[in-house]
Ligand binder design. Structure first.
Ligand code: PEP
Length: 232
């Protein structure tokens, strides 16, 4: 079983969600499909596809205008939430410490955080990928081993560029080994960054890759269904 996680970002109306979920309704798959939708679309989880959230507050309630807490997500029957996506880090200044606090808030409410980590193009060009990603990983993970890690090189998100097989094999080996060293076995590891139906299978087959995080290609059933089918 692989995870195939979609990230709709700030896209989607109620009608678009209904159309999308209807198209996916009868798909036969052994994989776990999760679509992380905007807050306005989290309710109405009745099509057999798991709906996840894209953000969570590190606090449980209080004077934090515009934020949504783990308690609220739990109330909406949400089981998965993205934390530390590179766009949250870039546009909302989320640090590793904030990401870790958000992951802990999710776990406290019985929600699995999907913790996103990944190097920038500058890091990559300076040959710092391994050290940067390892540091991010160690600074973001909670003590309790109840999370998923999504490795998403920032330069690969929405760019059509992807790491080579050698690069991706080495980084997943390092992430797997690091988690083993901190006593966390069986953590699901996802790859994200310009995944489409032509490359999904090759990423899903890399050792220690337990699934995919898909942005742009998850928005329409026409592009998402072929990904699901390609890795069954
Ligand atoms: C993402 O934003 O998490 C992502 C992987 O985007 P894309 O698939 O469009 O590169």
């Amino acid at each position: 079983m692989k995870f195939i996680v979609g990230n709709w970002k700030m896209n989607g109306t109620w009608d678009e969600k209904e159309t999308f979920l209807k198209a996916l309704k009868n798909v036969k798959t052994n994989n776990k499909i999760i679509i992380c939708m905007p807050f306005t679309l989290l309710y109405g989880n009745d099509h057999g596809i798991t709906i996840g959230a894209q953000n969570i507050s590190e606090y449980n309630n209080g004077a934090y205008t515009g934020d949504i807490s783990g308690k609220m997500l739990k109330d909406a029957d949400i089981k998965y939430v993205l934390v530390g996506h590179s766009e949250r880090r870039l546009y909302h200044n989320e640090t590793n410490a904030i990401v870790k606090a958000k992951a802990n808030a999710a776990i406290k409410n019985g929600i699995t955080p999907i913790i996103c980590i990944g190097e920038t193009a500058t890091d990559k060009n300076a040959g710092r990928t391994m050290t940067v990603v390892k540091k991010m990983l160690l600074e973001c993970i909670p003590k309790t081993c109840k999370y998923i890690i999504a490795y998403e090189p920032r330069w690969a998100i929405g760019s059509g560029k992807t790491p080579t097989k050698e690069e991706i094999t080495a980084i997943f080996e390092m992430i797997h080994k690091t988690l083993h060293q901190v006593g966390c076995e069986n953590i699901a590891l996802l790859y994200g960054g310009s995944v489409d139906s032509t490359n999904a299978k090759q990423f899903a087959n890399v050792p220690h890759v337990d699934g995919l995080l898909v942005g742009g290609a998850s928005l329409k059933s026409d592009t998402f269904l072929p990904i699901i089918k390609s890795i069954d």
